[in-house]
Ligand binder design. Structure first.
Ligand code: PLP
Length: 433
């Protein structure tokens, strides 16, 4: 399977090169040249998620060492459940697909765990370990740190802004053992991102540490996200004979693009609805046909505070990538939906999940009643306990896996927001005293 850049100015590469490069050299995003074609019958003997994942993903990694290791990678990466629940028993109520039962309580565990195991299967491309460098203001860094812990041949360095994330989030970035290092930057999230970009743009630094990225444009992160949509759609299809619609809480469009791609590969997925917070870039594009990225604004569903979704270029490039609707939900409606949902069905939704539940209720009733719908639940509500408790007026507990994180000791490096400080840190980490 070859990958082409969305901008068409870069040579085609196999998945291993696309994985190592992150972004294509022409600045575009890598897309599979042709899609494998599946039918539901192809998965009749893979009732579990890892088995389905290995079959669905193998063609995307054809010609690389990852293909042969796929069954082991998937068994190891997807070792937690993703149940589909129906807290509201009404006939027309949606299913909720809980994607937050991984070790860091958000769906990003699927992509991050797969990515690091894929790197590991590739082995080292030189005598130096690969260094995955990420800037984070939330869920990604925790998932990346957790996924990298104990993996051989790949280091993870996580940059985060001092004083701008919650105490729990900071703990979740700084509690991972070797080969993971967290660096607290005296600056905001944009300063962290600028620092990562500057490091990648420095050929010497980049080569010396084999720098690579783990952000949501990596094919190693969004491809594995096809698997749980495929699993849920196949299960509903087997029960009802129809292709369910999906409602997906959306920020950078990684999760939703994976669903669109799974449908394009023949999985029984019906209409796909994007639910965003008050960042209206995608809703405006859907209405006007014109795409205009802009700075993000802060909302209660903060993991979706994105003004220029980085995977938009992929959606635009995919023939058959139709979206049914984009529904933008403001903070007042997110709060109200958390409360109504809890009052009516005792179900506690995180703000991102509540955004999608609200979008479901705002859908055209005829569309809503025409089929089964699945709402993606992207984070455990305990990760956003302050926001959720204030909305529902009821305590919210952390699940045991996240409680365990709080018992771990923390450690991080404090550095200034400049490239020299980062280069020094990378050198120190590479050659520990
Ligand atoms: C990252 C994240 C999202 C947004 O996912 P994208 O792939 O960026 O669209 C939604 N909810 C939660 C909890 C997240 O962590």
């Amino acid at each position: 399977m070859r990958y082409l850049s969305t901008r068409g100015e870069a040579p085609p590469v196999l998945a291993d090169a696309a994985l190592r490069a992150g972004v294509a050299p022409d600045g575009g995003l890598y897309m599979p040249e042709a899609l494998p074609r599946f039918s539901p019958a192809d998965f009749s003997d893979t009732p579990d998620l890892p088995g389905l994942a290995a079959r669905l993903l193998a063609p995307f990694f054809a010609g690389t060492p990852i293909q042969g290791a796929m069954a082991d990678i998937c068994a190891d990466a997807f070792n937690f459940p993703c149940p589909r629940v129906r807290p509201d028993r009404a006939e027309t109520a949606p299913d909720i697909l809980e994607l937050f039962h991984g070790p860091t309580g958000a769906f990003k565990d699927f992509g991050a765990r797969f990515l690091f195991r894929a790197f590991s299967a590739l082995g080292q491309s030189s005598d130096r370990a690969t260094t995955v460098l990420v800037a984070t203001s939330g869920d990604t860094g925790g998932a990346v740190g957790c996924a990298a812990e104990g993996v051989a041949g790949t280091r993870a360095v996580i940059l985060f802004p001092a004083g701008r994330i919650s105490a729990f989030q900071e703990h979740q970035l700084c509690c991972w053992d070797s080969p993971v290092d967290a660096a607290r930057i005296e600056g905001d999230f944009d300063a962290c991102q600028a620092l990562v970009k500057a490091a990648f743009a420095d050929p010497d630094l980049s080569r010396r540490h084999n720098l690579t990225s783990a952000n949501s444009i990596s094919i190693g992160r969004f491809l594995p996200q096809m698997t749980y949509w495929a699993r849920a759609a196949l299960d509903v299809h087997a029960q009802t004979g129809e292709a369910p619609g999906l409602i997906i809480p959306t920020g950078n469009l990684g999760n939703a693009f994976a669903a669109v791609l799974a449908r394009a590969c023949g999985l029984p997925i019906g209409p796909i609805v994007l639910a965003t917070n008050a960042n209206t870039t995608l809703a405006d594009w859907f209405r006007s046909g014109r795409y205009q990225g802009r700075p993000s604004i802060a909302t209660l569903a903060n993991a979706m505070d994105v003004g220029a979704p980085s995977n938009f270029e992929r959606l635009a490039a995919l023939a058959g990538g139709q979206i049914e609707a984009v529904i933008s939900v403001d903070d007042a409606h997110i709060r109200a939906r958390m409360k109504t949902c809890f009052n009516e069905s005792a179900y506690i939704a995180c703000p991102h999940t509540a955004t999608a539940l609200e979008a479901f209720h705002q859908l055209d009733p005829a569309l809503r009643q025409a089929r089964r719908w699945i709402v993606g639940a992207t984070a455990h509500p305990g990760k956003f306990a302050d926001t959720v408790q204030a909305a529902i007026n009821h305590p919210v507990a952390l699940p045991p896996a996240l409680e365990a994180v709080l018992d771990r000791p923390v450690q991080c490096h404090d550095i200034a927001p400049d490239k020299r400080a980062l280069a020094n840190l990378l050198a120190r980490i590479a050659e520990p005293a």
